[in-house]
Design a protein. Structure first.
Length: 174
């Protein structure tokens, strides 16, 4: 199931509620508030989700949010993933084996559809007799914004270096 952005909040809550019941969980306002917060803040760490949940339920404890997050991951209502050097991030887009592109400069995360469509989308030459379930795919790179600012910095530095080396360039020829 892929919970997209184009579904109304009411329909989303209906979908979440029926999944919770199917998994033997009670539908509580705490669980729905956590799901709503993650839906609004995709690819966010637990800390940011606590903050968002508290806008709706000011008295909820940090511990409760963490426990609910872990449980929602267990019952496949949320997906948790951990890019290198960052805390775990949560999202409501589940069950479609999509991957992530991660900017090593600013930590921005983007969804990338799986080119193959289902796990495991990478099949090694030798998998030692294992029944393969999944392959972790993380694209790492430098996002467009960071590329632009790096190019800008480089250009500024090159101009400064050129001006220092060749001061005559800026003199008016006689
Ligand atoms: Zn970036
Ligand atoms: Zn994602
Ligand atoms: Zn894939």
């Amino acid at each position: 199931m892929y919970v997209g952005q184009d579904i109304s909040p009411e329909a989303l809550k209906e979908t979440w509620s029926s999944t919770l019941r199917n998994k033997g969980r009670r539908v509580t306002k705490q669980r729905l508030a956590v799901l709503t917060a993650v839906q609004k803040h995709q690819h966010s760490p637990a800390e940011a989700i606590v903050e968002a949940v508290r806008e709706e339920l000011p008295s909820i404890t940090v511990q409760s949010v963490y426990v609910i997050l872990a449980d929602l991951v267990d019952i496949d209502l949320l997906r948790r993933f951990e890019p290198p050097g960052t805390p775990a991030l949560y999202e409501t887009r589940i069950g479609d084996n999509h991957h992530h592109a991660f900017c090593i400069r600013c930590g921005k995360v983007e969804d990338v559809d799986c080119a193959v469509g289902s796990a495991p989308c990478l099949v090694p030459n030798n998998f030692h007799g294992m029944a393969l379930l999944s392959a972790d795919v993380l694209y790492q790179g430098i996002c467009a914004d960071c590329q632009t600012s790096e190019e800008h910095e480089l250009a500024t530095r090159q101009q400064a270096a050129a001006a220092a080396e060749h001061p005559h360039v800026f003199k008016v020829a006689s």
